[in-house]
Design a protein around this ligand. Sequence first.
Ligand code: NAP
Ligand code: MG
Length: 402
Amino acid sequence: MDKIKMTVPLVEMDGDEMTRILWKMIKDELILPFVDLKTEYYDLGLPKRDETGDQITIDAALACKKYGVGVKCATITPNAQRMTEYKLHQMWKSPNGTLRSILDGTVFRAPITIPSIHPVVKNWEKPITIARHAYGDVYKSVELRTDCPGTAKLVFDGEDGSHKEVVIQEFKGPGVVQGMHNTDKSIRSFAHACFQYATDTRQDLWFATKDTISKTYDARFREIFDEVYPEYKARFEELGITYFYTLIDDAVARVIRSKGGFIWACKNYDGDVMSDMVSTAFGSLAMMTSVLVSPDGNYEYEAAHGTVTRHYYRYLQGEETSTNPMATIFAWSGALRQRGLKDGLKDLAGFADALEAACFDTLAEGIATKDLVNLMEGVTPMPVGSARFIAAIRERLEKRLA
Ligand code: NAP
Ligand code: MG
């Protein structure tokens, strides 16, 4: 069989620990035998990031901008314990943070759903995609605590000489204060990424804030979405999809009663909290995909989970692990499909479909990693290790491609 050709390279970002092991297995078993793979390879494994002073992460992000599509393995975000474990020169920043700030993107997370795993919420028939605004608010805030009475104020000194001041609170005793911000530019990028992704995936877009209470801050989010929507309105109507704005508490209630099948755009904190709720309700973190989409149409695909450290330590001791490779496989299929769409390569997009179908075939027969076994209903589950799971997918992929 001739291998499927590619024209433009995919930006391949390798990572750490158990997911690095899975990465190689996926490439060797599920990609390289079928695709004449063209990638520009960046090793974002922690040792290489340390060796290059993290320049490799910046280079990889710039490559994503240049080529438009990347696929990334999970990576370690260093903490104090990793400093000693890897003898690091510096506590390097999260690679995902670097990618997000260079690509100016929004993260979309969607569960991979299968018939034998029922969402906890009975009426959810289709996946719910969370679009999390990944900049500012409480994640870039300053805080202080006071032990004595006094006045807390919000002060702004404009470069044009303007001065604004409001009293936050006249404290009669001890208390806490928080100052946070966002920028029109970032909110506008977020809006574009959401409207763009909704048209790309033909799904309705929901957005919610608390603008009845936060009449300036949250209201700014709603206003910017309202300003940006007209640019996409005609396309939305053509595709038969809708943009729907409501209050966050109303949104939560509606999401629970919904059938799913839409994108839920969330402010940073809402997205953090709601993505954990949605992924857990759909089944397993190991079945959650993640894609970073920039407003100018660059895509970076990855699994939502981390490097699965606990499994890696067991793997290092020679144990056979049953780590679920689904989200990482879907990161590859998502990236290859996007490359196929961008370059007009039907075969490549078709391969991505076949790869995903082969994964579904495997799970439909009950062959699954241990994390899924207890969640499955209506099939007799057969728990297998990662290597056997991937081999089973390969058999079914070969059948589909034959
Ligand atoms: P994690 O790697 O997602 O794993 C947490 C637990 O979830 C695992 O111990 C495992 O539970 C289960 N799990 C996650 N993915 C699984 C899979 N594919 N198959 C089976 N089980 C899976 O999170 P973490 O342990 O908090 O973080 C580990 C490292 O990953 C950290 O260094 C962190 O910085 C990094 N991280 C990276 C990213 C990223 O690159 N996007 C995201 C998050 C975390 P059991 O052990 O109970 O089986
Ligand atoms: Mg969280």
